[in-house]
Write a protein that binds this ligand. Sequence first.
Ligand SMILES: NC(=O)c1ccc[n+]([C@@H]2O[C@H](COP(=O)([O-])OP(=O)(O)OC[C@H]3O[C@@H](n4cnc5c(N)ncnc54)[C@H](OP(=O)(O)O)[C@@H]3O)[C@@H](O)[C@H]2O)c1
Length: 262
Amino acid sequence: MSAPAAPPAAPSRPRSVLVTGAARRLGRAIALALAAAGWRVAIHYRQSAEDAIKTVAECDLFTVGSACFDADLDDEAATRALLPRVIAHFGAVDAVVNSAALFEHDDATSFGYAALERHLRSNTAAPIVLAQALHAHLVARDARGCVVNLLDQKLWNPNPDFLSYTLSKAALEAANTLLAQAMAPHVRVVGVAPGLTLTSHLLSEEKFQALHQLSPLGRSSTADDVASAVRFALDNGALTGTTLLVDGGQHLMKFDRDFSLM
Ligand SMILES: NC(=O)c1ccc[n+]([C@@H]2O[C@H](COP(=O)([O-])OP(=O)(O)OC[C@H]3O[C@@H](n4cnc5c(N)ncnc54)[C@H](OP(=O)(O)O)[C@@H]3O)[C@@H](O)[C@H]2O)c1
């Protein structure tokens, strides 16, 4: 007697990821790299609605079904509501990439409670709340997933510029360890720390190019380098509680000022 035919395999669900701050710049590059790898991407944005819609359309060229979601990460209630909205849309979420960040200048002279609090809300508290929501969701599904937190090489090569920003990222780096301990085995937590990757209004193109070469490898990170490290962190099931420095070795050097003020 021949064995009964196996039932047809259920269509597998594409993996889904929320990328914060994904309308533009590094978050967009990460979203596109993950869509190209078959992920369905929730593009989070705050003000950049038009760019978010464009990023969704670009992601859909690779993997159909991406969507965009607005939220002000300064607002705890809006941040807490974000992952449930994405889950309601996709049915399930497997990972969160915390790329959105506030980057405003202050230093030891201009420092005040308000600047620190703003940076801590969007750069530290929001990534933790999103990790907390992913953990609860994965525990309920008895599933495994990953949080990737975007850090900065300057934590390993400190200078006193952008004091509140740096403190908020240092706290997030500490949270990486604590969350990896608390949320295992359901959630892996991995940091990705870029070097100088994209320019800003504070730097001319010429100055940016010169600073980008200022590293032991003669080049800092590109957006593609950072996106491929995020993809690696999401795929490698043995990584947790650690950080990948993707910076051409800039963290091995000593800079007295932030790049944008050099
Ligand atoms: N770029 C670099 O060279 C570099 C170097 C080292 C580390 N990093 C880290 O890599 C990540 C991405 O860098 P990036 O240069 O792409 O960042 P960015 O352009 O400075 O900011 C990314 C996005 O964050 C969103 N955002 C900021 N505050 C928010 C809030 N309160 N609520 C919701 N969204 C908020 C903004 O979204 P909307 O535009 O939609 O408002 C913004 O477009 C950051 O975590 C950064 O610290 C970057």
